[in-house]
Ligand binder design. Structure first.
Ligand SMILES: *Cc1c(COP(=O)(O)O)cnc(C)c1O
Length: 368
């Protein structure tokens, strides 16, 4: 008997999450030094983290023998002030993926249906499968969430809906009024997780107002992360904002010390460093222009993105990805998102974007 048969069938059927390849792995595999590699594969902040957060981490290191504050008191205060919510409306996660998983673990059981979009973030399907619930995939419309399709997919078994806004890997954005109208039509016994991992990269005009909707929509869970614009992906910290009763349930399945003390210290300092987030936003705007203009010059189509990455169309995507790796450039193939003719490139520093575009120019010419 195979050991994998010990797991329930819905567990052994899970296809593991494929992340961006680590720099160290590509360095080993192709014989590069690590600093010769450009990684534009995981939507990380190319500016790194806030210098204020670095100082906070250095101070917090001195206290690592102690358990972290399991309630995250100081960070909770900081988030209350910034988002104008009550302390009991916040749940902390070991990355925002933890919030997605806690929601699935706390509310779903076998037989429940969970709705999400084609081309949506892979973790929605994974956390659904991990608890034996059934994922219902709504076909995308012009690469974006089809909210009417979501409403049509609701059945008596529907328990949870995942929405990424902007979405990864397509970068598409749902307009605020449409989203609000959608929430009004979703029955209140169905939870809606609104994943706003890239909100800091939106212009003022597009930024989410969903926090102000929490008092109206008690079935809404907003998920936020420090992994993207705040540049703390390696520390693993995110949080959810929701009705206090929903938070109470999530906290029952949350591990007591799921967010470590370095992450808490860095997050507090990061929230206070407005300058760093503004700088990251501006750098992303400039890089977006550089990359979209570069792709256009190469005659390549891309999906218009509101985030810090772009998915572009390319013939022989598997081979082009390999040719980029051979030149020390890591991007993300997204065939597992049903986009086999696309590659996703994160927006990097000016010089990194340039190296990517120069490599693409050579590859496109060679493959002609
Ligand atoms: C990157 C990303 C996240 C962030 O995950 P963390 O666990 O917070 O690092 C969440 N949702 C989407 C759609 C993402 O692309």
């Amino acid at each position: 008997m195979s050991l994998t048969n010990l797991a329930p069938a819905y567990i052994s059927a899970i296809a593991p999450y494929q992340g961006g390849k680590p720099i160290s792995e590509i360095a080993r595999q192709f014989g590069f030094t690590e600093d010769a590699i450009v990684k534009l594969a995981s939507n990380e902040n190319p500016l790194g983290m806030s210098p204020k957060a670095q100082i906070a981490v250095q101070e917090a290191i001195l206290d690592l023998a102690r358990y972290p504050d399991g309630n995250g008191y100081a960070l909770r205060q900081a988030i209350c002030e910034k988002f104008n919510v009550l302390p009991q409306q916040i749940v902390f996660g070991n990355g925002s993926n933890d919030i997605l998983e806690l929601t699935a673990r706390a509310f779903l059981q076998k037989g429940d249906e969970v709705i999400f979009s084609q081309h949506a973030f892979a973790v929605y399907g994974l956390v659904t499968q991990a608890v034996g619930a059934t994922g219902v995939v709504v076909p995308a419309k012009a690469f974006a969430h089809d909210l009417d399709g979501f409403l049509a997919a609701i059945t008596p078994k529907t328990k949870l809906i995942f929405i990424a806004n902007p979405n990864n890997p397509t970068g598409t954005l749902i307009e605020k009024n449409l989203l609000k109208a959608f929430l009004q039509q979703v029955p209140s016994h169905i939870l809606v997780v609104l994943d706003e991992a890239y909100d800091e990269y939106l212009s003022e005009q597009h930024k989410s107002e969903a926090v102000s909707w929490l008092s109206t929509f008690q079935h809404l869970i907003i998920s936020r992360t420090f992994s993207k614009a705040y540049g703390l992906a390696g520390l693993r910290i995110g949080f959810g904002l929701m009705h206090a009763d929903v938070a109470d349930i999530l906290n029952r399945v949350r591990q007591p010390f799921n967010v470590n003390s370095l992450a808490q210290a860095a997050a507090i300092a990061s929230l206070a460093d407005h300058h760093f987030v503004e700088k990251s936003y501006a750098a992303n705007q400039a890089g977006m222009l550089q990359l979209t203009q570069g792709l256009e010059q190469l005659g390549l189509d891309y999906i218009q993105s509101y985030a810090n990455f772009i998915s572009f169309k390319i013939n022989h995507a598997v081979s082009v990805n390999q040719q980029l790796l051979e030149r020390g450039i890591i991007v993300r193939p997204i065939a597992n998102y049903e986009l086999p003719d696309y590659l996703r490139v994160s927006i990097g520093l000016f010089s990194e974007n340039q190296r990517f575009l120069q490599a693409m120019a050579l590859i496109v010419k060679d493959n002609d």
